[in-house]
Ligand binder design. Structure first.
Ligand SMILES: [Fe+2]
Length: 363
């Protein structure tokens, strides 16, 4: 059993995430006309990173979805599940990268349960650089201090600044280096301070849930089961052998404007490495979604997915959702629900989509 707050170690040579991330950011810096980066502690020297750190974050996310990264990430996840979850657990498919340059602020204090993670879900936080007071994560020492902190925050309608000030008193810096892995429960308060050091922090974090029923508001498709870690089933987008190519699609969608639907679909497809080759709108007077069905069944585009705003395209109609998913199964077409980050593919539970419609029926 893992404690509320624990620091593990792993073999950094076997699981050399640091080298992959360093290569990615260094290549990007050179591509932008800058210098190669010698260590991630110096990532602030990368070309253009001060002006736009997001470009570098997105390059890391692309790496995280690549087969090269996923191979060692899944192997480490399988090890962690075998060692600490008796071989039964669910690993988040893609970690989140954090880049904190000298002088920069970072994540406000919070506990992950506030963001919809289930009670038994744990965070695993991996520094890829040396971290200590100033450029690290600050974490409550145990469950009771975290609970005290949350109780103190709850006494008043605390502003975000007050939440940070209160939490700071309960949290302590993690001193660590690459090869170490901090893990803590979803009720544990944590956050970061302004980086007062002259070295950058690069870290990534991911979650493991002990059971499928406790993923909180997160989708099952965002997690690998232990069995899926052994094979290719349930692999993330870029792990599947086929490149995803799709169209974006909009309809009346509970009142979301066509423009905002298109913006989200396009941005989400881009973030997932999906090529978008067209856009189609539904004929609004029909509620059986004939345009969507025609592209699922035999599109004029060469596509293997349709990217939609979210399950709101069904406007709460479970039967409609079921029949569209069945049509997608017959055509082996994936449906990408952007707002929920759910990619529905043949063989997945339809409940993962349909369950989201309950209580949303539109009269
Ligand atoms: Fe967090």
């Amino acid at each position: 059993m893992l404690k509320d707050n624990e620091q593990l170690t792993f073999d950094g040579n076997k699981y050399d995430f640091r080298a992959l991330v360093l290569r990615t950011v260094s290549d990007l810096s050179v591509a932008k006309g800058g210098e190669a980066i010698r260590s991630l502690e110096e990532i602030h020297c990368a070309a253009g990173i001060r002006e736009n750190v997001e470009t570098y974050r997105q390059a890391c996310f692309s790496l995280f979805r690549s087969a090269e990264f996923q191979r060692i990430f899944r192997a480490l996840g399988a090890d962690l599940i075998d060692q600490h979850y008796a071989g039964k657990g669910f690993l988040q498919t893609t970690p989140t990268v954090r880049i904190q340059l000298p002088g920069a602020d970072s994540t406000s204090y919070h506990c992950d349960a506030w963001y919809g993670h289930g009670g038994s879900v744990r965070s695993f936080w991996m520094p890829l650089t040396r971290v200590s007071d100033g450029n690290t994560l600050y974490l409550a020492s145990d469950k009771s201090s975290s609970e005290q902190c949350i109780a103190e925050i709850g006494k008043s309608m605390a502003t975000l600044r007050q939440i940070n000030e209160i939490s700071k008193r309960y949290c302590h810096p993690i001193n660590a280096k690459f090869g170490e892995l901090a893990t803590f429960a979803s009720y544990m308060i944590h956050g970061a301070e302004r980086n007062r050091q002259d070295i950058s922090r690069v870290s990534f974090d991911f979650r493991i849930a002990s059971n499928e029923d406790d993923l909180g508001s997160k989708s099952r498709t965002n997690f690998y089961s232990r069995q899926e870690l052994d094979g290719t089933a349930g692999a993330s987008v870029s792990e599947s052998t086929e490149k995803m190519v799709g169209i974006t699609y909009s309809n009346s969608c509970c009142g979301a404007s066509a423009k905002s639907q298109l913006l989200l679909c396009t941005a989400f497809a881009d973030s997932m490495g999906i090529d978008v080759v067209g856009n189609e709108s539904e004929i609004y007077v029909f509620d059986h979604l004939p345009v969507l069905r025609s592209h699922i069944e035999s599109s004029g585009f060469k596509i293997n997915c349709v990217v939609v705003f979210g399950t709101d395209i069904f406007e709460g109609n479970e039967d409609l959702a079921k029949s569209v998913l069945e049509a997608a199964d017959r055509s082996n077409m994936a449906i990408v629900f952007s707002s929920e980050s759910v990619i529905y593919r043949k063989g997945m539970s339809k409940e993962n989509v349909i369950g989201r419609l309950r209580g949303k029926a539109v009269a």
